[in-house]
Design a binder for this molecule. Structure first.
Ligand code: ASP
Length: 439
């Protein structure tokens, strides 16, 4: 049995957190490969080391004095080293990094040093081997992960090492420069390492006990999600439920490895298991609810629209030409509504309206703004009658007008559009009907 364990920035923000991490690793012999993030925030107003590195590099790149800013970064690392009582010097590394900053090695290089240095410290503290991610994670010329080369080199390397620390977030380009994933990308590294190690489980340790059924900023103390499928997760993350980097799903999903989201500060909590499929019945009919504000609807009417071949294509072509993607497209016989992100749409509004008039000659176009979308997601809905009915009667009881409904053919989700001013109340009444009243 092999587990790959990834620890996020808040799990490695200071020596106190490092001790918790080591306890977690030592508590289970199968936790063989460890992927750390850079030190994150120690308290609410603290600054993540990654952000300090970006800011320091920006000063260096502009030719300004960056010593003070650089020293603050050194202090973060030496704080950890000293508080752990390690006999470790990072002076050579800091000298090299400074020289590379002056030599304008790039923002990606700068940011990657956060994980690199934290990896060296963690490997030293655990007594594990350190593998530089630049030697085992590769990007292609176009900047996307070279999964073939990575799987081969990383897989071979891991097969020869019993236990190792591999820093997250970066890899190398064909010309040997450093490239990072997008922010939060250590999750992706963890997933790649899990796949290359043919791990049985990818544990992703963070500062929450997994996913919650709803956003705790809207619902007080929501129940946790114990098991969720990849598909459900995709629906919920799309609507804003973020715990895990979206791109981190693919490598493990392809290899059939489940992910367990765990809380470093409460390791006894079971967290959330993310799986391909499961026979475990969800506790409630729904697995989760998530939502977002900030949508607009373009309502288009035209007599005999349904028999006009190519009408939809002509309308959508206008969006495509203007670089706007649409979210949903509920339609009637002679009407079609297109839901778009308000902020993006506003910038191109008149070009789009003129384009639709020109391309499709509609009778009426009308725009509605300030719409919120709510996704009610759950594999349990498929076999349960009346889910939609319960949602709509709950909303009606709370005097909420439903502006749009969209149910995917997978029956995995029901998307509801409501006015932004109704958003919080709508979320709450849906949560209550499926969760609170069932407890
Ligand atoms: N340290 C990087 C960030 O702050 C990557 C990560 O933590 O996953 O985005």
């Amino acid at each position: 049995m092999t587990k790959v364990v990834k620890f996020g920035g808040s799990s490695l923000a200071d020596a106190k957190q490092f001790i918790k991490v080591a306890d977690i690793i030592h508590a289970d012999d199968t936790r063989r490969y460890v992927v750390p993030s850079a030190p994150g925030k120690r308290f609410a107003d603290d600054i993540k080391v990654t952000d300090m590195l970006y800011a320091t590099y920006d000063l260096a790149a502009k030719g300004q004095n960056f010593s003070e800013s650089f020293d603050a970064i050194k202090e973060r690392y030496y704080g950890i080293i000293n508080d752990l009582g390690l006999d470790l010097s990072l002076e050579t590394e800091f000298e090299t990094i400074k020289a590379c900053f002056i030599g304008k090695a790039g923002r990606d290089y700068a940011a990657s040093r956060g994980e690199y240095l934290n990896g060296i410290i963690l490997a030293n503290y655990l007594g594990y081997e350190f593998i530089d991610a630049a030697d085992v994670i590769f990007f292609s010329e176009s900047g996307v992960l070279d999964s073939k080369k990575t799987a081969k080199v990383l897989g071979e390397r891991l097969s020869q090492i019993e236990r190792a620390v591999i820093p997250g977030f970066y890899g190398s380009m064909p010309n040997d420069t450093i490239k990072t994933f997008s922010r939060g990308g250590s999750d992706i590294t963890g997933s790649i390492v899990a796949s290359a190690a043919s791990a049985d489980l990818y544990e992703n340790w963070t500062d929450v006990s997994g996913f919650l059924i709803a956003d705790p900023r809207i619902i007080e103390n929501p129940e946790p999600i114990t098991t969720i499928t990849y598909k459900e997760l995709r629906e919920l993350s799309y609507m804003g439920a973020t715990v895990l980097h979206e791109d981190s799903i693919f490598p493990v999903r392809k290899a059939g490895i489940p992910i367990n989201i765990k809380n470093t500060n409460k390791p006894e909590d079971p967290g959330t298991m993310i799986v391909e499929s499961t026979s475990i019945k969800p506790r409630f009919t729904i697995t989760g609810i998530a939502g977002k504000k900030g949508f607009s609807v373009i309502n288009i009417e035209k007599d005999m629209m349904n028999s006009e071949i190519g009408f939809g294509r002509r309308v959508l072509e206008v969006l495509e030409k203007n670089g706007i993607c649409f979210e949903h497209m509920p339609s009637g016989i002679d009407t079609m509504s297109i839901i778009v992100h308000q902020e993006e749409f506003e910038k191109k509004e008149q070009e789009i309206l003129a384009g639709i008039h020109r391309n499709a000659q509609p009778d009426v176009i009308d725009i509605e703004t300030d719409l919120a979308l709510i996704a009610v997601v759950g594999r349990g809905m498929k076999s349960t009658r009346g889910t939609a009915g319960r949602i709509f009667s709950a909303l009606a009881h709370s005097h909420i007008n439903v502006k749009m409904i969209d149910q995917g053919s997978s029956e995995l989700n029901i998307i509801i559009g409501v006015s932004e001013s109704d958003f919080e109340v709508a979320m709450k009444c849906i949560y209550d009907i499926f969760v609170t009243f069932q407890l």
